[in-house]
Design a protein around this ligand. Structure first.
Ligand code: PGA
Length: 251
């Protein structure tokens, strides 16, 4: 079975409205539909409705960078899964390393958000990845295994089959220090084996696993050539339509 290829831009806390709309317009106008490939932009929440409307009918889908797992309530500052969907977004990014490390999100939060996303019918992209000191201590696989297992805990096979994972080594995010294709491939294969052990070979074989961390137009080809790398989650290079399009066109 051919796995879906996915290229996603994470705009983080960049872009005021005009910039966000111009960026979305540049991507929508520059993208050509390609069967088996999805293109996603994770826009800041305040721009979500307009970015989603601009993307409607194009090959680009909008997503939110974060949400809370409760349906509604006294959770000042948070947005709900239903609000994300109501804004027109199809995708939700869950457990990005900045959420984990700057905002202290736990594996438990990630698991609850994933369940909430699935019950709202959003497409979830769950981020996992080790810190530099964890890699240097030889603990990368353990860290990523625990994050992956805890995120997916309690899901049915069908639910797990709807999940996309993004492997983002934290030392590679925003640092210019991209993982080599070999390092990334080895972790992607490992993540697939962790998923297979819990949910079976078919779910693992069908699950898109994206690489993220300093992906640029000049390093995507080497990464994307690897067997278990199914696309990219792009931060810095997704803030210019031209460089994001160059990355998404690697297929
Ligand atoms: P980067 O960010 O491409 O700027 O390294 C990736 C991410 O945080 O998703």
């Amino acid at each position: 079975m051919a796995r879906k290829k996915i290229f996603a831009g994470n705009w983080k806390m960049y872009t005021v409205r005009d910039e966000a709309l111009a960026l979305a317009r540049g991507i929508v106008d520059g993208i050509t539909d390609s069967p088996g490939r999805a293109v996603v932009v994770f826009a800041p929440a305040v721009h979500l409705r307009e970015v989603a409307a601009l993307c409607a009918g194009s090959a680009v889908m909008a997503g939110a960078q974060n949400m809370y797992f409760e349906k509604e309530g006294a959770f000042t500052g948070e947005i709900s899964p239903a609000m994300v969907k109501d804004a027109g977004a199809r995708w939700i990014l869950i457990g990005h390393s900045e959420r984990r490390h700057v905002f202290h999100e736990t594996d438990d939060d990630v698991r609850k958000k994933l369940r909430a996303a699935l019950s709202e019918g959003l497409f979830p992209m769950v981020c996992v990845g080790e810190l530099l000191d964890e890699r240097e201590a030889g603990r990368s696989e353990d860290v990523v295994r625990v994050q992956t297992e805890r995120a997916l805990e309690g899901l049915s096979k069908n639910e797990a089959a709807a999940v996309v994972i993004a492997y983002e080594p934290v030392w590679a995010i925003g640092t210019g220090k991209v993982a080599t294709p070999e390092i990334a491939q080895s972790m992607h294969r490992y993540i697939r084996s962790v998923v297979a052990a819990k949910f079976g070979e078919a779910v693992a074989a069908g699950m898109p696993i994206l690489y993220g961390g300093s992906v640029k137009p000049d390093n995507i080809a080497g990464l994307f050539a690897m067997e278990d790398i199914d696309g990219a989650l792009v931060g810095g290079a997704s803030l210019k339509a031209a460089s994001f399009l160059d990355i998404a066109r690697v297929t």
